[in-house]
Design a protein around this ligand. Sequence first.
Ligand code: PLP
Length: 368
Amino acid sequence: SRTRMVINFAAGPAKLPEEVLKEVQANLLNCNGSGISVMEMSHRSSNYGKIQETAINDLRELLNVPSNYKILLMQGGGTGQFAAVALNLIGITGSADYVITGSWSSKAAKEAAQYGKVNAVIPKLAKYTTVPRQSTWQLDPKASYVYYCDNETVEGVEFDFIPEVPEGVPLVADMSSNFLSRPFDVSKFGVIFAGAQKNIGPAGTTVIIVREDLIGKHLKTTPSILNFELMDKNSSLLNTPPTFGIYVMGLVFKWIKTNGGIAGMEKQSAAKSKLIYDIIDQSEGFFYCPVDTNVRSRMNVPFRIGSAAGDDALEKEFLAKAEAEGMIQLKGHRSVGGIRASLYNAVTLAETQKLANLMLAFYKNNKN
Ligand code: PLP
């Protein structure tokens, strides 16, 4: 039963499963019989070691991560990985290909350009509402890697395919905002990374899945903290990790396992996002989502109210009505405006239905 009074549609940090938070609470003062909180435990203790190892093993199982891939836990968030990916890989040939489909891949490309040559694979998009089909991309067979963002959190653009890359060129994906929301074939990738604070845990931890042969190719100037080889050699315990965040993330992995695994998350994501997009599409333009239908994000649903440009007064009224009903953090990203409903794994179908109901009522009361 619902124990919290609000429904949290935040883009990240975002809602965590109530079951997980309750478990955190129940173990807060005495974690796994240690007599202390996980926050007070040495990261070198066997008790903590088990927590971190279990989390990594559960993730490996959930995603079917092949044995020639390492799972690293690092700090610095997604932004840290914008630098880390380039520092660890761009030295292979000196250049990398970037598919820029939104704010986050654009930031990643800028960061990487500090360390090597960055090629834009597609012409600059006037607005981030589409993913150009792969046949139009200009891929360099000599690139160190091809980089893309699987789900652009700000604009709500999610890839509906895994890019094909030239033979021998590794594919790198930022999956920060849709990680563990659908199964995928890890073996198609060189590196996958995801900040935890959307689908899998509290802020502070970043998951990296990297193919073994790509480890050890870093630039000499790579800071130790961003160095895949050092992190791997030290089992992600090079320095003090964010122990509490990793603990909670591990509980989220268990929660996913008991809730149908990643296939279960995918099913829920499809159902939740369909509820909202159907209302948008059936509202005769009252609700407006600018994103191409085939790449609409299941995780972040951005929309305007009243017109394509958004009616400021109507949008404010909608947000106020939502808040009055306990639905919070629905305001769109400041660069896009309007509304953004984030429907990460922890957001339930029943919660999404409440938002759908509000949208329908608002439409009936305000359509011309
Ligand atoms: N990549 C994506 C897809 C994101 O949504 C975010 C969001 O914050 C980032 C990267 C940046 O992550 P961080 O804030 O952890 O640096």
